[in-house]
Design a protein around this ligand. Structure first.
Ligand code: NAI
Length: 328
């Protein structure tokens, strides 16, 4: 059995937290040989609710759960953290402009970036789930001068998983038969779920479905799935978001399968003409805890236009938070 690692989770008393914490404690994120200490951050008014979640975690009697810390202070919750899942964010309220949303989230992710920089493990792996996830990740990253920018990532894995599931349903194949889908860009409706390299049971996906379905049904269905779930469930996707966060962190920690890639929101190094520094969804392979962008994929005119549109949205978000003095 390994030494326990410290996993910080923010927004721990929220909907996603309620699914996520139990999956982490059960070993779904880091495997059956890796004990964990959960370090849970909430705002002060939610600490009481969080204490109820802690009671339930204890009642789960998870053999891998070696300790639980709760706090409303990021410097306590992030102390020596090996993994940090930043889930808590300011939701968009009716009548809120995008600028207001970015500014409210700046008030959360700037101090959290600073705290991670100050007290987390020097190798901490950070995943931002709280929306707008890509730009919140950028804010945290830019305020963490003591950490490597590559340690900050954003979640597009839920979109990736939705894209797999929709293609599997269309082709009548199991999800395990679908490989190498990419979500390029922002976790928003401008994201580009790209099937150009995808395969189903080894066959090219775009030979199995028609282009019109792909462009007019598939892409919007994946991009707007979050809204469809709110409409049906009366609440936003939480269990599937938690599951995607587990997948993202598990693959980052333990690696991807040979010949396969996954989608992660990571700092652009300029690959595929994406402006350097944006936190943008890319196809990545992972070995020894390090991700690398899959290089050399052909980019059609259709893809180029979609990839540029989502990059443009992220550039605008970055410019807005730059004006607020939240990033360089
Ligand atoms: P929720 O509202 O149920 O829970 C959020 C929790 O965060 C609340 O308990 C709140 O008290 C806490 N919180 C707020 N500010 C905080 C701070 N400064 N420090 C610590 N905790 C704080 O929301 P839910 O459903 O759990 O979703 C969380 C976030 O995840 C939302 O921003 C949502 O939009 C986002 N999301 C992202 C997805 C993605 O694919 N990237 C998918 C689904 C949700």
């Amino acid at each position: 059995m390994n030494e326990p690692v410290r996993v910080a989770v923010t927004g721990a008393a929220g909907q996603i937290g309620y699914s996520l914490l139990f999956r982490i404690a059960a070993g779904d994120m880091l495997g059956p040989d890796q004990p964990v200490i959960l370090q849970l951050l909430e705002v002060t008014p939610a600490l009481k609710a969080l204490s109820g979640v802690v009671m339930e975690l204890n009642d789960g009697a998870f053999p891998l759960l070696h300790g639980i810390v709760t706090s409303d202070d990021p410097k306590v919750a992030f102390k020596d953290a090996d993994y940090a899942l930043l889930v808590g964010a300011m939701p968009r309220k009716a009548g809120m402009e995008r600028g207001d949303l970015l500014s409210a989230n700046g008030g959360i992710f700037k101090p959290q970036g600073e705290a991670l920089s100050e007290v987390a493990s020097r190798n901490v792996k950070v995943l931002v789930v709280g929306n707008p996830a890509n730009t919140n990740a950028l804010i945290a990253q830019q305020n963490a001068p003591e950490l490597d920018p590559k340690q900050f990532t954003a979640m597009v894995r839920l979109d990736h998983n939705r894209a797999i599931s929709q293609l599997a349903a269309k082709t009548g194949a199991p999800v395990s038969a679908v490989k190498n889908i990419t979500i390029w860009g922002n976790h928003s409706s401008t994201q580009y779920p790209d099937l150009s390299q995808a395969t189903v049971n080894g066959q090219k996906a775009l030979d199995l479905v028609d282009q019109q379905w792909y462009e007019e049904e598939y892409i919007p269905t994946v991009a707007k799935r979050g809204a469809a779930i709110i409409e049906a469930r009366g609440a936003s996707s939480a269990a599937s978001a938690a599951s995607a966060a587990i997948d993202h962190m598990r693959d980052w920690a333990l690696g991807t399968q040979d010949g396969e890639w996954v989608s992660m929101g990571i700092p652009s190094d300029g690959s595929y003409g994406v402006p350097e520094g944006l936190i943008y969804g890319f196809p990545v392979t992972i070995k020894n805890g390090e991700y690398s962008i899959v290089q050399g994929l052909p980019v059609s005119d259709f893809s180029r236009q979609k990839m540029d549109a989502t990059a443009q949205e992220l550039t605008e978000e970055r410019d807005a938070v730059r004006e607020l003095g939240l990033v360089k």
